[in-house]
Design a protein. Structure first.
Lengths: 186, 183
């Protein structure tokens, strides 16, 4: 090394040369990294743009589904009217009571329950007393309730009661109404 | 001009000169790169910002899609299940009141039907819950009236089976009967 310095260049110049070379190498590396970073950013931005385009298409598809749902909201609301939710059980029972009053019979609820094996079913057992025509009319009204109903049991039988030593005949009704269009609110 | 310097010294000076030019050139090159790098800085910042902006936009779209898709899927599923419930066949083709009316009609039409009095009509699911059973209770003035009523029901054809216990015919008058009609 020393002989090189003696023949070619001074120690100070060599030091300056080395410093300059290191600085240039560092600058080139930094420049390279900067260029690489820009290219990476651009490439990732391009990928993101294409992903956004794909997702936007999906969003447009979902938006059209939402538009269809918005457009059919009125019809879906009409369908909802045929259903009773767990929050509206009382309203449903009051409707049945009203039918009892309308048909001129006396009515009592023997049981109201949600069967454990059928979560989306409401079972109501109703007992009635009245004359044949009114009891039969009540049965017809129950059958025509605007809900999906299955009458699991409909029984109308003759009964007698003694009031002030007078025998009074009447008809006893026993109806088990299974409300199928029922759902439990979560 | 007289050349007083030895050849070795002359070579050294020339090399020193070239080396210094190289050093200056390197420094100059360094400055050029530095300026170039400085010019790249705003591009790096803007491209990074753009990338971050796009990432944010994509995340937002994905969140919206997930939320909307979930909401729409729930609404569609709910709607379909409600339609399925409304389309589900429950009970029998005839309502209990129609069945009761039919039985009363058959009683009226049967010969000696006025001699049969109905005390109870019941319609309920069979024990195995696959079909429906109708029970008709009443009294008949005589065997003939009851037999005619049963035959009238059997001839109707709207039922799977009409059963009457033979023991119901035991008495000669005021027979209490209990019919079973399978639908």
């Amino acid at each position: 090394m020393n002989w090189l310095i003696k023949i070619f260049i001074s120690k100070k110049t060599l030091r300056l040369f080395l410093v300059a070379a290191i600085l240039v190498l560092a600058a080139i590396s930094a420049y390279g990294i900067a260029v690489w970073k820009i290219r990476k950013n651009i490439s990732e931005a391009a990928d993101l743009s294409s992903s956004i385009a794909v997702e936007s298409q999906k969003e447009a598809g979902i938006e059209s589904t939402r538009n269809i749902l918005r457009g059919t909201a009125a019809e879906r609301e009409k369908i909802d009217m045929y259903f009773v939710s767990s929050d509206n059980i009382v309203d449903f029972l009051e409707k049945i009571e009203l039918l009892g009053k309308k048909s001129g019979i006396t009515l009592s609820f023997d049981s109201v329950d949600i069967p454990p094996d059928e979560k989306n079913v409401l079972r109501v057992r109703v007992g009635t007393e009245g004359n044949w025509e009114n009891t039969f009319y009540f049965l017809s009204l129950i059958e025509n309730l605007p809900f999906k109903i299955e009458l699991e049991k409909s029984s109308i039988s003759k009964a007698e009661r003694v009031v002030s030593n007078v025998k009074i005949s009447y008809w006893r009704g026993d109806f088990t109404i299974k409300l199928v269009s029922f759902y439990q609110n979560k | 001009m007289i050349n007083l310097l030895p050849l070795q010294e002359k070579t050294r000076i020339r090399n020193e000169y070239l080396a210094r030019i190289s050093v200056v050139s390197l420094f100059f090159f360094f400055i050029v790169i530095l300026i170039g790098g400085a010019l790249l800085a705003p591009i790096i910042v803007s491209s990074s910002n753009k990338k971050a902006e796009l990432e944010e936009k994509l995340a937002l779209i994905k969140t919206n899609i997930a939320k909307d898709a979930d909401r729409s899927a729930t609404a569609i599923k709910d709607f379909r299940s409600k339609i399925a419930v409304l389309n589900r066949k429950v009970g029998t083709d005839q309502t209990p009141s129609q069945i009761f009316e039919k039985i009363i009609f058959e009683k009226t039409l049967s010969q000696g039907g006025e001699g049969v009095r109905l005390n109870g009509l019941s319609y309920q699911k069979t024990a195995d819950r696959t079909g429906f059973l109708v029970r008709v209770n009443g009294t008949a003035n005589d065997r003939k009236s009851l037999l005619n009523f049963v035959k009238s029901l059997q001839n109707d054809g709207g039922w799977k089976e009409v059963k009457v216990p033979v023991s119901d015919f035991a008495k000669g008058k005021d027979l209490e009967f209990s019919l079973e009609i399978t639908i």
